[in-house]
Design a protein. Structure first.
Length: 269
């Protein structure tokens, strides 16, 4: 059993090292980390853990707010990128979101910005978020919704992706409020959840969006690698991703698309 889990985690680490996720996070969604830090009411002196932190989209603004921050992620390449760009002091720690190497109740605030959603076993990850948060502390999450643009992008790519490992759950489920409430159960109080959007106008046309993700976003690169020997499937997926952007476009120039996410905060009971 352990060997299978290790293989799954190694695959996830390899996937997120593909392309250039740090540049995507910095160029396309830099504001999400600040939104999450604000929602969590991070303050000076708080002990903060950013789970599946990537290159620090939430961890860095939390440290700027004066908190004592640990940025944890499974992929060392993402942590290295965060270390290089960080303009404040914080700790960077390689860690599995499903088996965090921290003590019980060690943190005042536990954050994840479109990160923990990609841990394959949702209940295990939720249990760890709760375990490391002190009673009365805050858990704050931003996750892409199943019915929003990124959720639909994953649905579009799914027929072309390799089969998920046994027991793995779809990442966008973390963007469903009922799913997250079920994961946490009665171990949290004061849950607030609202759907919000981030407006993306970084691309001139749908094909530019598609090609940007094909070059930089690990999950998209992995799907294309899976069908690389079938030009027909590549062409079909190319058109499907461009069509997705066309459907969501506000009809302005440049291409303007709203990406929906769930912002959820809760107190550990």
């Amino acid at each position: 059993m352990g060997e299978k889990i290790d293989t799954v985690k190694a695959g996830h680490r390899k996937m997120w090292a593909l392309g250039d996720y740090p540049s995507l996070a910095a160029e396309i969604i830099p504001s999400l980390g600040e939104v999450l830090v604000g929602a969590a009411d991070v303050r000076g002196g708080d002990r903060v853990l950013d789970v599946a932190a990537g290159s620090g989209n939430a961890a860095i603004p939390a440290a700027r707010a004066g908190a004592k921050v640990v940025a944890s992620d499974l992929t060392p390449e993402l942590l290295d990128a965060g270390r290089r760009k960080a303009d404040v002091d914080l700790e960077w720690r390689e860690a599995d979101a499903e088996a965090l190497p921290f003590g019980d109740a060690e943190f005042d605030k536990v954050l994840s910005c479109v990160g923990v959603m990609f841990a394959p076993h949702h209940q295990a990850a939720a249990d760890e978020l709760l375990r490391v948060c002190r009673p009365g502390g805050t858990i704050a999450l931003i996750n892409w919704t199943p019915g929003g643009f990124i959720g639909e992008m994953f649905a579009t790519m799914k027929p072309y992706a390799p089969p998920p490992p046994p027991g793995a759950q779809p990442p966008p489920l973390w963007g469903d409020e009922d799913h997250v409430r079920t994961l946490f159960g009665d171990r949290v109080t004061d849950v607030t959840a609202r759907r919000q959007t981030i407006r993306i106008d970084a691309f001139e046309k749908p094909e530019e969006f598609r090609d940007y993700f094909k070059a930089r976003y690990g999950p998209t690169i992995a799907v294309y690698n899976n069908i690389a020997d079938d030009p027909g499937k590549v062409a079909t997926l190319d058109e499907a991703l461009a069509d997705l952007a066309r459907r969501y476009d506000k009809g302005t120039s440049p291409l303007t698309v709203d990406w929906e996410y769930l912002l959820l905060t809760a107190k550990r009971a």
